[in-house]
Design a protein around this ligand. Structure first.
Ligand SMILES: O=c1ccn([C@@H]2O[C@H](COP(=O)(O)O)[C@@H](O)[C@H]2O)c(=O)[nH]1
Length: 238
């Protein structure tokens, strides 16, 4: 998990995802399956990608009452993903129920998937959080609060911006995972993301894993782009 670059497989269907993956040939990747692809293809897409040897982050961001999240996680655990997530805003009891569900659904002898909590989406700004969510603190305070709630609930880490990773690690310890989307090269379009950081910044800040979507998936040469990203993330200068 540590130092992974997770590619966000944000495609409309299996054919588009397979077309993107074809030039990577035998390479084993860490792939994120999100709502768009999962809601179209269901568990079969996860099984297919696992069979090909990829690691899977199933990014469904569960947020519901504890009983529903427990049952849903029990089902997700059977897919044998490597990483799943919930929204920390669902609260400590919901997060504990998520873990109970994962443990109940994990086959004997296997390790349960890592479970992390979204703190504040990387598309959320200070203003949006204050004015629309009516949370009257700074964004950093809100993220740190949710990280501490997730840690106390027993979760393995959080989704946050790379900008917040250092303070989360100081508070929760370096083994608590910080999985960070909203990563952009200086030359990239930011799009809908608000709290962005470069891969170099993420590395220097001790981020556990970065999530990269459009900068690779929409590139004219995804394999070359992936290699450039890996070099930037690992600090290899070419
Ligand atoms: O706070 C969050 C949580 C999840 N995401 C997901 O990460 C990728 C980012 O894609 P880019 O194209 O690199 O912006 C996407 O799948 C989101 O659903 C996030 O961005 N922020």
């Amino acid at each position: 998990m540590d130092n992974s670059l997770i590619i966000a497989l944000d495609f409309a269907n299996k054919s588009e995802a397979e077309r993107f993956l074809a030039p990577f040939e035998e390479r084993r990747l860490f792939l994120k399956v999100g709502m768009e692809l999962f809601y179209k293809e269901g568990p079969a897409i996860v099984h297919l990608l696992k069979e090909k040897g990829h690691q899977i982050f199933l990014d469904l961001k569960l947020h519901d009452i504890p009983n529903t999240v427990r049952s849903a996680m029990k089902g997700l655990a059977r897919m044998e993903c490597d990483l799943v997530n919930v929204h920390a805003a669902g609260g400590r009891e919901m997060m504990q129920s998520a873990l109970e569900g994962l443990e109940a659904g994990t086959a004997t002898g296997r390790e349960r998937p890592n479970c992390i909590a979204v703190t504040q989406l990387t598309s959320t700004s200070q203003e949006q959080m204050n004015c629309e969510q009516l949370i009257p603190v700074t964004l950093d305070e809100s993220v740190l609060h949710y990280a501490s709630l997730a840690k106390n609930a027993g979760l393995d880490g959080v989704v946050c911006s790379a900008r917040e990773s250092e303070s989360i690690h100081s508070q929760a310890g370096s083994s608590f995972l910080t999985v960070c989307p909203g990563i952009r090269m200086e030359s990239d379009q930011v799009g809908d993301q608000k709290r962005v950081a470069t891969p170099e910044f993420a590395r220097r800040s001790g981020v556990s894993a970065i999530v990269v979507g459009r900068s690779i998936t929409r590139s004219a040469d995804p394999v070359r782009s992936y290699e450039q990203w890996m070099n930037a993330w690992r600090g290899v200068h070419k």
